[in-house]
Design a protein around this ligand. Structure first.
Ligand code: PIM
Length: 478
């Protein structure tokens, strides 16, 4: 009886909201108010991006809750060029007005407040496994190749929950322990110097292609145990893979290209594993994983290969962006550049501020593991949730003057490496690479300026970085 009464009240409320919306629309009020009723319906041709099935489920559950007729405070389109160039004003509005925002464009919820982001990363209420539902969905759509790609991604430690996550993470973590990474410092410094030697005398460089990409790629190839000579090939595969796992703006062949890259990397690593097994090598991460497989049966062959690909991909894609984003931030602020040149001991602090300000691993996707209500919004089990780490790192509730880039800021609270059980195992390596790189860049690189007026940001949501960063030598004053 009571339930029937509540249902009637709800129906009345929906009708009132509809009527109010029509009035608002006729009045022309609130340009950004728009009925959620424009949601693509399940089964429509709308592209929700990779790992899409929960998105469709999310839309259905929103429809079932009558949220089709609710009106939202703003229309957030993460792929609009001005938002790709500068997402922070939109984040500010979302945090203030709609902290649990339903996005038709993304087919999921968008969390932007620091506390909510931290809780979503840490708590048990969200699952990291968004590859399995994607694979199931693709199999049901009779797309066996793409389904296979989803199954392979499902082996990545980052797309697993405990208890499997705990096992895989422990196996990988050893290679990234502070002790192991500190042991690589000399080799990182040598690689930095060699790359900078090659730039000597050049008046124009692309900081991404000439430095920020090769440095972490060479280092991670060494950690893994794969030859440096294959790095150019990796770069092509990796950027195709980034459009798939990074939630790039929809491009028609994204799944196929990303999938092809993943299959090529799989074949490549199957070859590496076979060769190293034959040779009985011991030094690198691949060898330790092979031993864990062969002696303890701790992981299966697919997990072994898949996590080598993840480490290669994650090991350079984000550190490349840390270096290039950081350099762009300093070039835009000559005062901070001068302060850092004058006092290289500030580099560690500066790196933390770069991580906060232009967070390279900008967002992660989670799947609601249970029904829950957050700031009045009903999130249903299976809904897709975009956890916007980059927005959390600009939350004024946590950071004073968050839009101010300040290398002197007291570090410590950003969550650029995530939080909780999935905290980035490569964090220490990224920090060491960043410090060694910036100390050398500022000491050895002559004064450079932007060669182009605008920065060319990649259009993925998960990775924030520059396609290239062309720089020219600043002419000496006459
Ligand atoms: N990159 C760096 N650490 C984690 C990543 C990552 C993992 C999965 C998808 C995209 C980026």
């Amino acid at each position: 009886m009571a339930k029937a009464f509540i249902d009637i009240l709800k129906a009345v409320e929906v009708e009132q909201q509809q009527r109010q919306a029509i009035v608002l629309a006729l009045r022309g009020d609130q340009g950004l108010l728009e009925p959620v009723g424009t949601s693509p319906m399940p089964g429509s041709k709308a592209d929700f991006g990779p790992l899409a099935v929960p998105a469709v489920r999310a839309t259905m559950s929103a429809v079932h809750r009558n949220q089709r007729y609710r009106y939202r405070a703003m229309d957030y389109d993460p792929y609009r060029p001005e938002i790709i160039a500068d997402p922070y004003p939109a984040y500010r509005q979302l945090r203030a007005e709609d902290p649990v925002h339903w996005s038709d464009k993304l087919g999921g919820w968008v969390l932007t407040r620091y506390d909510d982001v931290k809780e979503a990363l840490h708590g048990q209420r969200f699952s990291a496994d968004r590859a399995t539902p994607f694979a199931d969905h693709m199999a049901a759509k009779d797309e066996p190749e793409i389904a296979r790609v989803g199954r392979m991604l499902g082996r990545w430690v980052v797309f697993n929950d405990p208890p499997r996550h705990t096992v895989l993470r422990r196996l990988l973590f050893e290679a990234f322990s502070p002790k192991m990474i500190d042991g690589l410092r000399g080799q990182i410094a040598e690689t930095v110097d060699a790359l900078l030697d090659d730039l000597t005398g050049r008046d124009r460089i692309d900081l991404v292609g000439d430095f920020a990409f090769p440095l972490p790629a060479i280092v991670i190839a060494h950690v893994l145990g794969v030859p440096e000579r294959d790095l150019d090939q990796f770069r092509a595969w990796s950027s195709d893979l980034a459009t798939l796992v990074g939630n790039a703006r929809a491009t028609p062949d994204r799944y196929r290209r990303g999938g092809r890259a993943l299959l090529a990397l799989t074949e490549y690593f199957e070859g590496v594993v076979a060769e190293r097994r034959r040779q009985g090598s011991e030094a690198a991460l691949v060898d330790r994983l092979i031993a864990a497989r062969d002696t303890d049966d701790a992981l299966n062959e697919d997990e072994l290969v898949a996590n080598c690909i993840l480490i290669l991909f994650a090991g350079h894609e984000t550190t490349t962006n840390l270096i290039a984003n950081g350099m762009a931030l300093l070039l835009q602020r000559p005062g901070q550049m001068a302060a850092l040149r004058a006092e290289p001991a500030l580099t560690a602090k500066a790196i933390e501020e770069m991580l906060r300000f232009e967070t390279p691993a900008h967002s992660v996707v989670r799947i609601a593991a249970e029904d829950q209500t957050l700031h009045g919004k009903d999130i249903r089990r299976g809904d897709r949730v975009f956890v916007m780490i980059g927005a959390a790192n600009h939350d004024p509730a946590m950071f004073e003057q968050p839009e101010h880039f300040d290398i002197m800021r007291k570090p410590g609270r950003h969550i650029a490496f995530g939080y909780g059980p999935h905290f980035c195992i490569g964090a220490h390596l990224a920090r060491v690479e960043g410090r060694v790189a910036f100390e050398a860049l500022l000491r050895r690189l002559p004064e450079m300026s932007f060669a182009e007026e605008t920065l060319d940001w990649i259009d993925t949501l998960v990775l924030r970085g520059l396609r290239s960063l062309p720089l020219v030598r600043t002419p000496l004053a006459a």
